[in-house]
Structure formats: structure tokens, C-alpha cells
Design a protein around this ligand. Structure first.
Ligand code: SAM
Length: 284
């Protein structure tokens, strides 16, 4: 089967199957062998690895992954792509394609069944409309992971790696940085895709920590506080926490905890570091 990273080969497959791009599924297929090789090399794939690819499209990156990995599991939502994948991936006996929505897939069960529960690597050119829920699900549902190497919208890559005091800092930054070390591997312009996306893209690699960089007694509680703090990011932290009925924290309790932390009562959530959220969570 021809290398789909080469634009003419992708165009030939799309024409053969009269494929119509579905905007609602965030379909922008990669057509740049250099970028594909960069993603695969950043993922540090060996024959021992089981890779989960989210959204294989017509199988372009899947081909590159199947050459290096022991096993590739690819989950694709668009039924129209399944017969195409059967053809483009037919030479690879180590690939399993599943037709389904990744956000409705029990990934933990998939890992148990297909990789005996051993940690996997996630590699994908993600559909941009659901980047954040996919990343949050992978970490929060405790999928056994070594790393996540994904193409995302450039701004989202920035959001994952920034700290307090910047406009991009938010719940995604804190979740990612609690679970993994983020590193931008490449910036990718729109002309590397068909059709071209309206935004710049970046490949980000998240290597999961064996031990979280901060200690907290109740992770779920801390992330509840973080979500509330950034839901109303222009409000003071005391008001955001006091107004979030699901937290059952009074404004007085929030004020006392901030005082113990040595923070002013007017402070906003966006000024706190991950470590300060962890201490705050333990105090409350
Ligand atoms: N991997 C291919 C490539 O690099 O050329 C395609 C990447 S394209 C940006 C995103 C892919 O994710 C599309 O094939 C799209 O149909 C698929 N997709 C969108 N939403 C999905 C979902 N909820 N679950 C699984 N796949 C999804």
C-alpha cells in the first residue's frame, strides 16, 4: 500500500472512495511525511509498545505507527472511513480498527482486554473540537499511560504548558501539569493538512509522572476547586468557591483557608500555582 503521507496518494484514496470531509468530526488529514516522522520519533515507539490512536482518518499515521509498534488500536467515529481503513491498513496485521466514539469508549477496559492492563502510549492527530475532554478523560479515568503525543490547536498546546499570571492559564494547564510533563515538539502550519484548518497546530508530548509533582489528600476535591475557580475566572477565589454549590464551602471557610495560605482575600484563582491549590484543598 502506498505511503499516505504523500499528498498524491491521499488524494487518490479520497477520490477512489468519493470521500466527503465531515467538518463536525474535525477532519483535517495530515499530508506531510516530515511531520508524520516527527510525531512518530517523538513518541519513542518500540516493538513492545501498544499504541492507542484516536481518529485514524484514512490511516495515514496508522501506517507509520504500525511500522514501529507491536500493536496499534485505532478508534474512528466516522463509519464512512472504515472500508477505506480496511484497504489502506490491509498489509498490517498488528492493527485493530474500532468504529466508535472515543468519548463513549471504556479505554480502561480496552487496555485490559488488548494489552493485559499494561500501560499504553497514545498518539494522535486529534479532532480539535474535543481535545480537552479527550485529554482530561485519559488522565482523570486513570488510563494506564506512558505518554500522550498529540497534534492539537497551537493555542491549546500553549494552555497546557503555561503557569499562573497568563491569560491561557486554566483548568487544563493544571490537570495536565499534575499528571504529566508537557513539551511542545513541533509547530505545524495549516498547509500540512487536507483540508487546511483555520488555525495553527502544534505537536505536544505529555510524559506521565510516576509520582505527581505535588501531594494532595483528595485529588477529586482539588480538581473540583480548580474547576470552580476557573468557571468564574474574573471573580475573586472566595466568591467563586462560595458560589459553587456542589463544593459546600462557605465564603467564610474559603477566607480562613486563604488567610492560612498567606494569600489576600481579593486573590483570583488564576494567580494560584498547582501547589497552592493542593494546600488549599487539604485545608478545606
Ligand atoms: N489521523 C488522521 C490524520 O492524521 O490524517 C486523521 C486526523 S483528523 C484531525 C481527526 C480524526 O478523528 C478524523 O478521522 C475524525 O473522523 C476522527 N474523530 C472525530 N471525532 C471522533 C470521536 N469522538 N471518536 C473517534 N474519532 C473521532
Amino acid at each position: 500500500m502506498a505511503n499516505l503521507g504523500i499528498p498524491q496518494n491521499t488524494i487518490a484514496v479520497l477520490q477512489k472512495y468519493h470521500f466527503n470531509f465531515q467538518k463536525k468530526y474535525g477532519q483535517n488529514f495530515l499530508i506531510d511525511p516530515g511531520v508524520l516522522e516527527r510525531i512518530v520519533s517523538a513518541s519513542q515507539i518500540t516493538e513492545d509498545d501498544c499504541i492507542l490512536e484516536i481518529g485514524p482518518g484514512i490511516g495515514t499515521m496508522t501506517q507509520y505507527l504500525a511500522e514501529k509498534a507491536g500493536k496499534v488500536i485505532a478508534v474512528e467515529i466516522d463509519k464512512a472511513l472504515i472500508p477505506i481503513l480496511e484497504e489502506t491498513l490491509s498489509p498490517y496485521k498488528n492493527v485493530m480498527v474500532i468504529n466508535g466514539d472515543i468519548l463513549r469508549t471504556d479505554i480502561n477496559e480496552l487496555v485490559r482486554e488488548r494489552n493485559q492492563g499494561r500501560p499504553i502510549k497514545v498518539v494522535a492527530n486529534l479532532p480539535y473540537y474535543i481535545t480537552t475532554p479527550i485529554i482530561m478523560t485519559l488522565f482523570e479515568t486513570q488510563v494506564p499511560l506512558i505518554s500522550v503525543t498529540v497534534m492539537v490547536q497551537k493555542e491549546v498546546a500553549d494552555r497546557m504548558k503555561v503557569g499562573p499570571g497568563t491569560k491561557d492559564y486554566g483548568a487544563l494547564s493544571l490537570a495536565v501539569q499534575y499528571y504529566a510533563r508537557p513539551e511542545v515538539v513541533a509547530n505545524v502550519p495549516p498547509n500540512c493538512f487536507i483540508p487546511r484548518p483555520g488555525v495553527g497546530s502544534a505537536v505536544i508530548r505529555l510524559v506521565r509522572y510516576e509520582e505527581a509533582p505535588v501531594k494532595v489528600r483528595d485529588e477529586r476535591k482539588m480538581f473540583g476547586l480548580i474547576r470552580a475557580a476557573f468557571n468564574q475566572r474574573r471573580k475573586t477565589l472566595i466568591n467563586s468557591l462560595g458560589n459553587a454549590s456542589e463544593l459546600h464551602i462557605s465564603k467564610e471557610e474559603a477566607a480562613r483557608a486563604l488567610e492560612k495560605l498567606g494569600l489576600p482575600s481579593t486573590v483570583r484563582g488564576e494567580a494560584l500555582t498547582l501547589e497552592q491549590f493542593a494546600v488549599l484543598s487539604d485545608l478545606l
